[in-house]
Design a protein around this ligand. Structure first.
Ligand code: G6P
Length: 480
């Protein structure tokens, strides 16, 4: 739109690209980490809308600019905003609380105050770029107060919110000192989307317990003074990937050749086991290393030519949050021990990579891996599992998948595991390694059918159709 206002606006903490300083002092843009960007990038490219978010560096003033046919509108965050709102409340209160308190959440009033302030800033900047009657789609746990703030600023907008991470059971959620404000913040949306049926159920229960509102399957009635209640849709829309694009990438001769090269570089093992995660305590990397280490110790697996190697990609994440620093130390100590105890001059037990990689390299790694381990202790969806399946056009490879990842609701033909059950995890790894070709093919075919049919376009279509259905019959502002 020529007037700098857009009829479709996505809002998330991060923009799809991060501004980084090169060694020579110049600035460059790099793709942002995580599943949110993976899913939304293709949706946005197709929509021609605007994307409001933070550009990945503190204290920089940036004018809106175009990237891949999407208008990016940077929100400025100061170093102290990042400490209190992003590292503090978002990633040291909400993240551990919503992931079943795997790590202890910290509750600090100054973090909460700043979270509310920064959410207001996002709401104001969004209000400034949204055209009359626009559709605004707010993303994820950093911005849970934005839907309500935005509705107050701009009652003409149609507002969606998608929650990419789990929503915890009430017994856990109720710890949060600001539990009522957050529940109300989300209710400012017309449609609230969750990954799993359990997440939507947990949220509806929190609404009933805290506000006493009536809920039915898939919707909540919000009482209004002197008017009929406003109906908020709150249901499940499992997120996915751009399956066709990923398949095509994995089919390219460069990626196929690179996959073979990776196996050669690893010293031609018979079995490549792969883990790909942000370095996060929710991902169960410790449990995975424990199971693998015990298999080496028991002599049920060996390291060397024609034997086994575990490739673990752990991309750097939230490196200034204490729990992440500790996790990194623990993982690297364990990897060092495993390589010291079981490696040889020419072969490592674990090839550990603390780096992020471009999509091409990821696709090659998936193709090179006989077994993919996804052992999350809690995960909203886990798009790595879906990418692995999409990459395997050869209908080979075995996915070992935690039942605590949202993806396990759909990917039923994976080997489903409980990552806390180390004996069960060890057996599943061995079963994956020795699975006959026929069974591998049968399972992978079924998984591929699912991921092809339920791709990210279907996810966004489903969500946005429900959002558009909220509009009045004349296509005007929502009838509420
Ligand atoms: C998860 C969250 C995203 C987040 C991503 C990367 O996928 O759901 O909202 O962007 O992790 O984390 P970061 O803190 O680096 O943005």
């Amino acid at each position: 739109m020529g007037d700098g206002r857009y009829s479709f606006v996505v809002v998330s903490n991060r923009l799809p690209v991060d501004r980084v300083e090169e060694e020579d002092g110049t600035a460059a843009w790099r793709r942002s980490p995580g599943g949110l960007v993976t899913a939304l990038e293709p949706v946005m490219r197709a929509s021609g809308g605007a994307w409001v978010g933070w550009a990945g560096q503190p204290d920089i003033d940036l004018a809106p600019f175009d990237n891949d046919e999407v208008r990016l509108v940077p929100v400025k965050l100061s170093a102290s905003d990042l400490r209190l709102y992003y590292e503090g409340f978002s990633n040291d209160t909400i993240w551990p609380l919503y992931h079943d308190v795997i790590a202890q959440p910290t509750y600090r009033r100054v973090w909460w105050d700043r979270y509310a302030q920064v959410n207001r800033r996002f709401a104001e900047e969004t209000a400034a770029v949204a055209a009359e009657g626009a559709t605004v789609w707010v993303q994820d746990y950093h911005l849970q107060l934005v839907p309500r703030m935005l509705r107050e600023l701009r009652p003409d907008l149609v507002i969606g919110y998608f929650h990419h991470i789990p929503f915890p059971p009430y017994g856990i959620y109720s710890q949060l000192p600001w539990r009522t404000q957050i529940v109300q913040g989300l209710l400012g949306a017309d449609v609230i989307g969750f990954q799993r049926v359990a997440d939507a159920g947990n949220y509806a229960r929190a609404v009933r317990r805290l506000l006493g509102y009536r809920t039915a399957t898939g919707s909540i009635e919000v009482p209004q003074d002197g008017a009929p209640p406003r109906r908020v849709v709150a249901k499940t829309y499992p997120i996915s990937i751009d399956t066709a694009a990923f398949e095509e990438l994995a089919r390219s001769p460069e990626v196929q050749e690179r996959a073979q090269q990776i196996r050669r570089d690893l010293g031609n093992p018979a079995t490549v086991i792969l883990g790909v995660d942000r370095l996060d305590y929710t991902k169960g990397i410790r449990h995975r290393l424990k199971a693998y280490g015990e298999l080496l110790e028991d002599g049920r697996l060996q390291v060397g030519e024609g034997e086994t190697v575990l490739v673990q990609v752990a991309s750097p994440s939230r490196e200034r949050v204490e729990a992440y620093m500790q996790l990194r130390d623990e993982i690297e100590l364990t990897v060092g021990r495993l390589n010291g105890d079981f490696g040889t001059i020419s072969h490592q037990a674990v090839s550990y990579l603390h780096q992020g990689y471009p999509r091409e390299e990821m696709a090659a790694l998936y193709l090179a891996a006989d077994v993919m381990l996804v052992t999350a202790l809690r995960d909203g969806m886990n798009l790595v599992a879906k990418e692995y399946v999409a990459a395997r056009g050869d209908e080979d490879g075995v996915l070992v998948l935690s039942e605590f990842a949202g993806a396990s609701d759909e990917l039923r033909q994976a080997l489903l595991i409980n990552p806390h059950d180390i004996a069960g995890l060890k057996d599943a790894i061995l079963r994956a390694i020795s699975m006959p070709r026929d069974e591998r093919r049968r399972r992978m075919r079924a998984l591929r059918r699912r991921v092809r049919e339920y791709d990210v376009a279907r996810w966004s279509r489903g969500f946005l159709a429900d959002l558009e259905a909220v509009r009045g019959p004349a296509g005007g502002p929502p009838a509420s």
